[in-house]
Ligand binder design. Structure first.
Ligand SMILES: Nc1ncnc2c1ncn2[C@@H]1O[C@H](COP(=O)(O)OP(=O)(O)OP(=O)(O)O)[C@@H](O)[C@H]1O
Ligand SMILES: [Mg+2]
Length: 296
């Protein structure tokens, strides 16, 4: 049995966070979550749900209106400098010194994070290779494509091997091969004991990578669990899709926990032709974030 870590050693503990922006937007509402060592958490949610707001409070860029956040026991609001030193951060938008080359960028961030010069050099070269940036090592960052900039940002975050890595949509805009490379890299960090929190809009990514997935909508954390538990807690292990009037024009869906019971239900309703499949994370996500259904 794995014992839960004490609060002080938890890589991340978010407790009752509320964030109201000055303009009045209530972007986070009473969000509580924590991450264990070596755990990868995925945060999903529609545009404007409050994912970046949450991330920016964890990374000390924004102050919560109320609630607290601790990173390895350090309160991020009380001691942002120490907290930041424990984290690697990949913001949603790339922020690079345009006139520096990729190699220079990584070396400088390495030194800023306290690595001795020789280590910073070695680490920069290692990351250039890991991130498949070999052809671009001596190119100034202003000349890089969006996807390549994103890879450099991941390199900066990983430079000092932080215990907690926080990434806001790290794979948005990456080509499929680069996305897989990024997955490989994150799995490697994780296997070395790093804790990872990432936001993403890609269901298959969350499903493939994350130990637990949180779903945020309108500032609230609606659910946080393993993908399997999310499916079954919604009564959603299986689904049947069928054509409502037999012409294939209007497809309807029925969900259920048990495949046989679901098939019986469909037959009882007189549905002759249907397809039975396992539900995906996307099904759960769409059901939870459907704001047309009244929310209590
Ligand atoms: N600096 C700001 N000042 C005021 N309101 C803001 C600010 N930043 C974000 N918001 C608002 O807060 C809400 C949450 O925004 P946030 O950027 O956290 O969403 P998100 O989930 O990251 O969305 P996306 O998927 O598009 O990145 C939105 O209504 C947004 O307009
Ligand atoms: Mg965002």
């Amino acid at each position: 049995m794995i014992h839960a870590e004490t609060d002080a050693s938890l890589p991340l503990a978010v407790d009752g966070i509320d964030k109201r922006y000055r303009g009045g937007v209530h972007a986070n509402r009473n969000i509580t979550l924590s991450a264990q060592r070596g755990e990868m958490l995925g945060i999903l949610g529609p545009n404007g749900a409050g994912k970046t707001t949450l991330v920016r409070q964890i990374t000390t860029e924004l102050l919560p209106t109320s609630g607290s956040i601790r990173v390895f026991g350090v309160d991020v609001a009380a001691d942002p400098v120490s907290a930041k030193n424990l984290m690697g951060i990949v913001p949603q938008e790339a922020q690079l010194f345009e006139m520096l080359t990729v190699r220079e960028t990584l070396r400088i961030f390495g030194k800023m994070r306290g690595l001795p010069s020789a280590d910073a050099r070695r680490r920069a070269d290692e990351l250039i290779s890991d991130l498949r940036l070999n052809e671009h090592g001596d190119v100034t960052t202003v000349k890089l494509s969006g996807g390549l900039k994103r890879r450099v940002m991941v390199g900066i975050a990983a430079i000092a091997r932080p215990g907690l890595v926080v990434l806001d949509e790290p794979t948005t805009g990456l080509d499929p091969q680069s996305r897989r490379d990024m997955w490989g890299l994150m799995r490697e960090y994780k296997s070395r004991g790093a804790t990872i929190l990432m936001t993403t809009h890609y269901m298959e990514e969350a499903e493939a990578l994350c130990d637990r997935v949180g779903i945020i909508s309108e500032g609230r954390l609606l659910a946080l669990d393993t993908v399997d538990n999310l499916k079954s807690s919604q009564g959603f292990d299986f689904k049947i899709t069928y054509s409502a009037n037999g012409d294939g024009a209007s497809t309807r869906t029925m969900y259920g926990k048990d495949d046989r019971e679901l098939v019986e239900r469909a037959r009882a309703e007189g549905i002759r032709q249907f397809s039975l499949t396992r539900t995906t994370l996307e099904d759960v996500y769409l059901a939870l974030t459907d704001t047309d259904t009244p929310n209590t």
